[in-house]
Design a protein around this ligand. Sequence first.
Ligand SMILES: Nc1ncnc2c1ncn2[C@@H]1O[C@H](COP(=O)(O)OP(=O)(O)OP(=O)(O)O)[C@@H](O)[C@H]1O
Ligand SMILES: [Mg+2]
Length: 161
Amino acid sequence: MVNNAVKELNIVSNSPDDTISLGKKIGELAMPGDIFLLSGILGAGKTCLTQGIAYGLGINEYTLSPSFVLVRELYGRLTLYHMDLYRLENIEEIAELGLDDYLYGKGVCAIEWANRGMSLFPEEHLSIEIVYKGDIERQFIFKAHGQRYLELLEKIENQTE
Ligand SMILES: Nc1ncnc2c1ncn2[C@@H]1O[C@H](COP(=O)(O)OP(=O)(O)OP(=O)(O)O)[C@@H](O)[C@H]1O
Ligand SMILES: [Mg+2]
């Protein structure tokens, strides 16, 4: 039976460090094949959160928005595939990248500007929308699509209470 349950979790961040810590928790809880789809305006904090995810996976390299290299591979407890679709104009261009090896591999995918290619991604994923609230305030809206991500959100919720 396909589980179509969607659960939502909202978390407010009051600083870049807060966002890094949140990302770190996600990285620590990440499992092979996890897909994190990030959206939010320029400077919302997508890369900042991904930096935290990298730390949580035991990766110490600094993650920059991979605007020129569309996919960066970072090696930790699990491999992190950090992608950024900002420069891609249309869905065909994104489809041509052949992202399936990453999406259906054993690593963890964090995809910035995922909203540009939503229809190409697996139905089961965690969507993370970052809303710019002010100078240093951001709202993170997590939506779990699929059982795995419901469980992940529950753990994140328990650890951030
Ligand atoms: N609470 C916060 N969380 C994350 N970043 C914050 C926060 N408050 C301020 N910032 C600042 O906002 C910026 C976020 O930049 P970041 O590169 O992560 O955004 P982005 O969403 O990846 O943008 P882009 O679409 O250009 O890739 C940084 O300069 C960071 O210092
Ligand atoms: Mg970025």
